[in-house]
Design a protein around this ligand. Structure first.
Ligand code: AGP
Length: 605
């Protein structure tokens, strides 16, 4: 999604803005720009293309010490120089950057054109900056309130006024924005890594809040315009933790961080071999739950499906897992006895946030599983479980997925205990199994050369299938998504037992099939499904326990994982699939961390 950076202090603003935008590149973008106040005017330099193009264009163009910058991921208007941010108001007084979508921008644009305004771009954002001109009454806060009173939709806005070189303003609704506090200088950013090299002290703005930022002060106002005080947070991440730490790509770093990420997610939540998530969920409420809705997108959705299977199997509570983009349009059967679990690494995915609000509006309590403290889903949920995975920079989600599963598994245990379904002995056993996950993951990670070899074998395939049964079929969904999104090879996850009902027609000798088999009861079934595809010429790759000899004998190639209870097997089965996707992408020379067409956090519907 779009990235925003802003600065006011005594440094050259362009240096701070460009370095900040560089740290936001992973968010995915197609153009970039900066606006700097100089001599009571505003210099705007922007262009389609990546930051290198902008840096080249900026050169030593500006010396001003106050400015805003932006990387754009197109939502309205194609990627081009004119549609890049920042945008100037028609009278050149205001300069603005925006992340989000203004849903009523067309009618507002018509109104402004009717008042004689001319537009240079096709963007919704240019409408906002002209509203600042229209409502300009000389007071930044009251002008802003008038503007936000007119616009509908999501926004994180940074705006500078060429006649006011002492302060600039930000306001947010549904799109994230933080204010960084320095000494004699202050910053804004859509994401913490952009300003972490300058300050670890930040304010996280809530929806509707406005911040008026000068060199020595940050004034924050609520949506009614009342001055408020907020807690200044110290970010414990070092900048390096958002860097690659010696790995070639963020994705490989994050795949290898999973053992540590799991340990951090478990930390502080296991006491005397029992789970305590500190949710303070009322026992009577927990007993009243008669349905669980799980709402998420992409990889987060698959994490939900893994544990959704287990909740139904172990707790006998019906579970409805929905793609967030579909959920709110399906008139879902949700009420106060439904517990809704929303899962989102970024905590800002628009569809997931909308699903949260849909459920809340129907009386459901909300648990958010997210990786970002104070993210939008965290702030709007009734209960929050942070996955403690640390910043996940690569667009392809890896450590977020496995920590989401662990977090959800702990929630399952806590619910089962409070509903008197899981006894202490069972919980003790599962807790020990969870605590064994990190070192078992490590064993697979140390065997990655085998997977690198397999990547060489599949790299020229035009299509692959991932097949499995039961919860293994969910691991297939995640494996196929990983491969598609970074290697650009078509891959399809298919329930193994379904192949013969049509899709088997696609299996030929140049279609590799990856079969996941960790379920003892279904082992003979998956083995016969592998035989089915082999007789049609497919080369077969198995993922299963290291001592699964019948499965090993059936496939052409095998990736062993350490034995663990089947309920937790998806945590291990996914590691080879992540690595296979990664190495295939590398060998194909793709941009592993920033794959084409994709963004790290999809904050638009
Ligand atoms: C995962 O590899 C993808 N990048 C994507 O499916 C992602 O999981 C999805 O967009 C949800 O993002 P979130 O977890 O931040 O809500």
């Amino acid at each position: 999604m779009c990235g925003i950076v802003g600065y006011i202090g005594d440094k050259k603003a362009q240096d701070v803005l460009l370095s900040g935008l560089k740290r936001l590149e992973y968010r995915g973008y197609d153009s970039a720009g900066i606006g700097v106040i100089e001599d009571n005017d505003i210099k705007v330099i922007k262009s389609k293309g990546n930051l290198a193009v902008l840096i080249n264009k900026v050169g030593d163009e500006t010396i001003g010490t106050q400015g805003i910058g932006h990387t754009r991921w197109a939502t309205h208007g194609k990627p081009c120089d004119e549609n890049s941010h920042p945008h100037l108001s028609e009278n050149g007084k205001f300069c603005l950057v925006h992340n989000g979508i203004i849903e009523n921008y067309l009618e507002l644009k018509k109104e402004l054109i009717g008042k004689g305004y001319n537009f240079k771009s096709d963007t919704d954002s240019e409408v906002i900056v002209n509203l600042f001109q229209l409502f300009d009454d000389g007071d930044f806060i009251s002008t802003t309130k008038k503007v936000t009173g007119k616009i509908e939709g999501s926004y994180a806005i940074g705006v500078i006024d060429k006649e006011n070189s002492d302060e600039f303003l930000v306001v947010r609704k549904d799109s994230p924005l933080v204010v960084g506090v320095g000494r004699g200088e202050n910053f804004i950013a859509s994401d913490i890594p952009a300003i972490l090299e300058y300050t670890k002290n930040i304010y996280i703005l809530d929806d509707g809040e406005i911040a008026l930022i000068s060199r020595d002060d940050v004034k924050i106002f609520d949506k009614a315009g009342n001055r408020i005080t907020k807690k200044l947070r110290e970010i414990t991440w070092s900048l390096e933790s958002a860097e690659k730490q010696g790995y070639e790509h963020f994705m490989l770093k994050e795949i290898n961080e999973q053992p540590e990420a799991i340990r951090k997610t478990l930390a502080g939540r296991i006491k005397n071999d029992l789970v305590d998530l500190n949710l303070n969920m009322d026992d009577a409420y927990v007993k009243s739950i008669n349905k669980i809705a799980i709402v998420a997108c992409g990889t987060a959705n698959y994490a939900g499906r893994v544990v959704g299977h287990l909740i139904e199997d172990k707790l006998r509570i019906p579970v409805l897992v929905s793609y967030a983009s579909e959920f709110r349009y399906n008139n879902p059967i949700i009420d106060e006895k439904t517990l809704t679990i929303v899962i989102s690494q970024s905590g800002e995915t628009a569809d997931t946030l909308a699903g949260l609000r849909e459920s809340k509006g129907r009386g459901s309590k909300i648990v958010a599983i997210t990786n970002v403290v104070e993210s939008s889903v965290a702030r709007e949920a009734d209960y929050v479980i942070y996955t403690q995975a640390g910043p996940e920079i690569a667009v392809a989600s890896t450590k977020a997925y496995t920590t989401q599963i662990i977090a959800l598994f702990m929630l399952l245990i806590e619910l089962g205990f409070k509903r008197d379904i899981l006894d202490v002995a069972t919980i003790n056993e599962w807790v020990k199994e969870m605590q064994s996950v990190p070192e078992k993951m490590q064993l697979i990670l140390e065997n990655s050369q085998l997977i690198k070899n397999y990547a060489e074998q599949i790299k020229d395939s035009s299509s692959l299938f991932f097949i499995g049964r039961g919860v293994d079929s969910v691991s297939c969904l995640e494996g196929a998504l990983k491969l598609k999104e970074i290697s650009y090879i078509h891959a399809e996850a298919y329930p193994a037992g379904e192949l013969k009902h049509g899709t088997l027609a696609l299996i030929t000798d140049d279609v590799p099939v990856i079969a996941i088999g960790t379920n003892k009861v279904l082992m003979d079934k998956i083995i016969s499904n592998i035989a089915e595809v082999k007789t049609r010429g497919a080369s077969t790759y198995g993922v299963g326990f290291e001592d699964e000899n019948k499965l090993i004998a059936e496939v052409d190639y095998y990736i062993p994982i350490p034995r663990i209870s089947e309920a937790l097997a998806p945590l291990l089965a996914v590691i080879p699939l992540q690595l296979l996707a990664y190495y295939t992408s590398v060998v194909k020379g793709n941009d592993v961390d920033k794959p084409r067409n994709l963004a790290k956090s999809v904050t638009v519907e």
